[in-house]
Write a protein that binds this ligand. Structure first.
Ligand code: PRX
Length: 655
């Protein structure tokens, strides 16, 4: 164990192979088949991706070079021309899929809509023509600030169709966060809605846009507004226009613009722990291919599937796995506007039952919330249509995994735990459900074509079960190309933590991991979150999982607090299951439980009970803020991505 690695303490030995029935019907149906694909891709990645690009996508013009790799800059399918909106729509119209449901949408108040591929194509063409009328041209940036309604996907596809670069900003962000992103992208047009429904309330999107623009984003000339909620809003004369007024005035024909494979498709902002958000840049060809293939293989997509990813289109998961990946495959993708809420905590299961959802993809934070809400909600619905489950966004605690497997999956559905990032564009480490035996808490093995390795800070591979830095050693088609407007930041943030060695570059985006004796990867969380106790560097996720395995604990977040003797002491913030109340005894019992589960090294010095934990709007626990609280310091750094500010006040009050 060297000081540049991370100690791993999680012991999880359960293994769940796919059922013979699932494997029999799967596209990739055994570990031998996976290994063959993996070996072929590793031996000659360029021909592997080239063959898939030829068979899976439509190109207006073929490429000259598959890969031009000038580290850290990769260009894929150089010289090739395609349009992702064409691949998601037009090519299905000449097949039986023309009248297949492309999008099934369920609004929070219970309204719903289904758009076939033909209908979606029509609306996308109309919006593309409206954008053109408003002066948008190839290369212009368009901001999208929308609720989860079909027009959010329509807006993205319309931009892609005319070659405008979209920058989707999550509808839960404030005016300030929106303005910062619109300014950074020098956005020309904004597409928004009057409002949207979330947790029984109207989110006032247009008001936020007005606030963002009043302070000045001089590049914005027009705002296109979709009517969703119908509440009164201000329409700025000469700037703001209604979609429903313009839609009938334009043609429903808009040929897709042939785009260069490396033309920008979108910018999506991701916030680090320091500095302003980074505009992650994705381009067209490689992104289309990679999201297409990963959707098809990881979800083992069938034409009969009703596929539901619960993410918001404001995140990369929504981009890659609600819109582009599924539609490129001609799948039926379900969009849901709402979130579990007091008036209907079981609404997700209502949607599964109503539409016969077969594939359900969500986040650990949601799974833990479902657990807390109780088994009676899913048990009161018919979930027998489900055949595959997925998770993304954080390491999933084995306890939550088991609950998902038993209560939601009825012990018959494989779970794909997909490790990836905004920056990677698509799944990097994930089970293939008909092939890979899964282990609760492990994202298992890399997708074919992905060369992942756990290394120390000098780039040397660490031993089996030894924690270290998770890196990718070879370019892949959907990797981010740069930080918008700041190439140097791209290089510094991702390519210099582990310095290149003998011409080998290491992509490192911040996670710690270990690989077990079966070559499975166990992601331990962000290395910024690592705690150092008496010289042992411990991943927070493992201690949190030990806490969550206690029946009283609904959710746990663990941070380090400076300690003179040990370097750092473990402080655990814990929210309890409904029937438990905080007490000294319970705190003692939880400490003892961690010692039993992991060992004395991980024993929390302090347990703080809290009803809620501070989370980003995408549901990730903000341990940085908890570190400040644990140390009794002022909160430092950006808090604009915080979901609910009152949580901090409550935690402060209780500290
Ligand atoms: O720390 C990892 C965690 O989420 C980070 C990426 O976050 P973001 O760019 O917001 O993308 C989320 C959707 C892809 C990663 O660096 N993460 C994501 N998925 C997993 C995960 N950690 C463990 N297991 C996962 N399946």
């Amino acid at each position: 164990m060297s000081s540049s690695t991370i100690e791993s303490i999680l012991q999880e030995k359960r293994t769940f192979p796919p059922s013979p029935e699932f494997s029999q019907n799967a596209k990739i149906s055994s570990m031998e088949a996976y290994q063959q694909l993996y070996d072929r891709a590793a031996a000659d990645p360029e021909s592997f991706w080239e063959e898939l690009a030829e068979t899976e996508l439509h190109w207006f013009q073929k490429w000259d070079t598959v890969l031009d790799w000038q580290p850290p800059v990769a260009q894929w399918f150089v010289g090739g021309k395609l349009n992702i909106s064409y691949n998601c729509l037009d090519r299905h119209l000449t097949t039986w899929r023309k009248n297949k449901a492309a999008l099934i949408w369920e609004g929070e108040p219970g309204d719903s809509r289904t758009l076939t591929y033909a209908q979606l194509h029509r609306e996308v063409c109309q919006m593309a023509n409206v954008l053109k009328q408003l002066g948008a041209q190839k290369g212009d940036r368009v901001g999208i600030y929308m609720p989860m309604i079909p027009e959010a996907a329509i807006a993205m596809l319309a931009c892609a169709r005319i070659g405008a670069v979209h920058s989707v900003v999550f509808g839960g962000f404030s005016a300030d966060a929106l303005r910062q992103r619109l300014q950074d992208g020098e956005v020309k047009l904004v597409i928004t809605a009057d409002g949207g429904w979330r947790k029984d309330n109207i989110v006032h999107l247009k008001d936020e846009v007005d606030k963002a623009l009043v302070e000045g984003v001089p590049t914005v000339t027009n705002v296109l507004v979709v009517k969703r909620t119908g509440q009164d809003i201000h329409m700025e004369a000469g700037r703001d226009v209604w979609w429903h007024e313009l839609q009938p005035t334009v043609s429903a024909d808009c040929p897709a613009e042939p785009m260069d494979s490396e033309d920008l498709l979108f910018i999506l902002y991701t916030s680090g722990s320091t500095g302003k958000p980074k505009g992650v840049v994705h381009t067209t060809g490689g992104y289309n291919l990679y999201t297409h293939v990963t959707t098809q293989w990881t979800f083992d997509l069938k034409d009969t599937d009703v596929y539901w990813c619960t993410a918001d289109v404001g995140w990369i998961t929504g981009h890659s796995y609600i819109v582009y990946g599924p539609l490129s495959n001609g799948a039926t993708s379900l969009m849901y506007e709402g979130a579990p809420r007091p008036s209907n905590p079981g609404c997700f299961w209502d949607v599964v039952e109503k539409y016969g959802v077969t594939i359900f993809y969500t986040a650990p934070t949601a799974i833990r919330a479902f657990m807390k809400a109780g088994d009676q909600l899913p048990k009161a619905r018919d979930l027998s249509s489900l055949r595959l489950l997925g998770t993304v966004g954080e390491p999933i605690n084995p306890e939550a995994w088991m609950w998902y497997h038993q209560v939601i999956g009825g012990e018959r559905c494989p779970i794909v735990d997909t490790w990836w990032q905004t920056e990677t564009g698509g799944f990097m480490i994930t089970p293939l459900p008909g092939a890979t035996p899964t282990k609760p808490g492990s994202a298992t093995r890399p997708f074919p074509g992905i060369i992942a390795e756990v290394v120390d800070l000098d780039g040397n591979p660490v031993g089996v079960n030894e924690g270290g830095y998770l890196t990718i050693k070879y370019p892949w088609p959907s990797m981010m190309r740069t930080v918008y407007g700041d190439f140097d930041r791209f290089r510094r943030s991702y390519w210099e933590h582990i310095p290149p060695k003998d011409g080998q570059y290491f992509y490192f985006a911040g996670d710690g991991a270990r690989q077990d004796e079966d070559g499975y990867f166990w992601v331990m969380g962000r290395v910024d979150d690592v705690i150092s106790v008496a010289g042992h560097r411990l991943g927070t996720m493992e201690i949190e999982s030990a806490l969550v395995s206690h029946p009283a604990v609904a959710e746990a977040a663990v941070v380090g607090k400076p300690d003179e003797l040990k370097g750092e002491e473990v402080v655990a913030f814990v929210s309890l299951e409904g029937e438990y109340t905080p007490s000294e005894e319970l705190a003692k019992e939880l400490k003892k439980h961690v010692v039993e589960e992991i060992g004395a090294i991980a024993r929390p010095g302090e347990i703080r009970f809290s009803d809620d934990l501070p989370k980003t709007r995408s549901g990730k626990i903000m341990r940085r803020l908890l570190r400040n609280l644990a140390a009794g310091e002022e909160i430092t750094g950006d808090t604009s991505t915080l979901q609910d500010r009152s949580v901090l006040d409550k935690l402060r009050g209780g500290a």
